[in-house]
Design a protein around this ligand. Sequence first.
Ligand code: UTP
Length: 470
Amino acid sequence: MLDAKLSQMIEQTGQQHLLRFWKELSAEQQKLLAAQLADLDWDLVSNFAKKGTSPQSDFEERARRAAPPAYVVRTPKSAADRDKWRAAREIGENALREGKVGAVLLAGGQGTRLGFKQSKGLFPIGPVTNQSLLEILATKLIATSQRYGTTIPYFVMTSDKTHDEIEEFYRRNNYFGLDPKDVFLFPQGFAPSVDLKSGKVLLADKGNLSMSPDGHGGLFSALWKAGLFGEMQRRGIEYIFSHQVDNPLARVCDPEFIGLHLMHESEVSTKVVAKTGPDEKVGVAVDIDGRTQIIEYSDLPKDLAQARDAAGDLKFWAGSTAIHLFNRSFLERVATSDNILPWHRAIKKIPHIDDQGNAVEPTVENGVKFERFIFDTLPLAKVALIVETVRDDEFAPLKNKEGEFSPDYVRDRMVRLSKRWLNSIGVNPPDDVAVEISPRFALSPEDLSARTGELAAVPFDSPTYLGPKD
Ligand code: UTP
């Protein structure tokens, strides 16, 4: 039997259909469904019912008040800029040496656009080695930790869709050389999906609600639930670098970024790149009512996406790379403030069962999934800083099966970057030879300068991997 209070909530919110098949369920299945229902935030269910069926998102309306971000550090152009970045680097390096930096990896997404059978982090992206995204990113963390003689704990957010696979993959591969004591896998939460017309929560089958991961903004409550703020405190971690599992170019715990964040006394900083054009599907950093924030591309009306300034450049130019740096104290503040982040809706084709209990595979969008976004924390910060970086150096996310952000695109970007680094020290592999550089061979072009003798002996006559020596 269901708890009386729960039954009342179900009735009050008009969700009685969720119990339509109750009598057909075994005792065990009833227990599971009751647990799912007990876990639901019923205020949220009512809110979703309204939001799910509303014709327009509130975010579009807000976007009309947007201006380009005012508080931004652009890529260095003058000698003074370069001095500032050099100073920032030193500050960031000190924070790393002092063991104040931790890293968060977001790996809870479903990767639907890529259509890879396994979780996205397992995708073999290395252009020569076929190394997975997880391995490449872990190796960057190891190389950075080694360089600064420190341990950077790795907080990996998974979801029920990705947790077991990622855990198993790390374990099978000995955590790619990371110490398992420094790797913390924690699952994010869920949100129920609702019917587009009625706003009612969908049933995945007779004994299960239709649920999906609650978005990368689920990070804060997930860290809290897993008790990881305590772990961070015990380790003296003050700054958290956050990156996504799909971007192998991310400069994990980049000292310049950390230093700029500290110099500007920022609580949350975000790296952006100039958008390639009005239609590029990335969020844009803007100011709305004097607060810096990011508008998701789907919430930016087309005329605004196309708007240009007097110089003919895109007015909303600052494309988000989804690379962020947070003060731990700020993360904790967000995590402990109830319902502080808004919910975004995504209209999707959601498989479910109908009133008769028959499985439905929709051919048109029938439902709404709800997600929170990590970047909705920006307007909550006392200081939010936008830092521009060079796209080719750090942004090539794997999103799609084909075209832009596809596996071929990402591998091509990785090879180009390796070659640019080599070219900068006078080593010029032929155009048609793929080159991949392990982060443990070089983390930056400067590292290559120390290896010119070694590199002179490399023939580059076939796909070449410059790997770690140990
Ligand atoms: P995306 O929003 O690009 O989603 O996530 P995705 O799952 O990779 O791909 P699609 O949209 O289904 O095709 C960007 C990053 O945020 C993480 C993803 O794992 C990825 O690193 N993410 C996304 C989460 O950790 N949790 C989520 O609920 C959503």
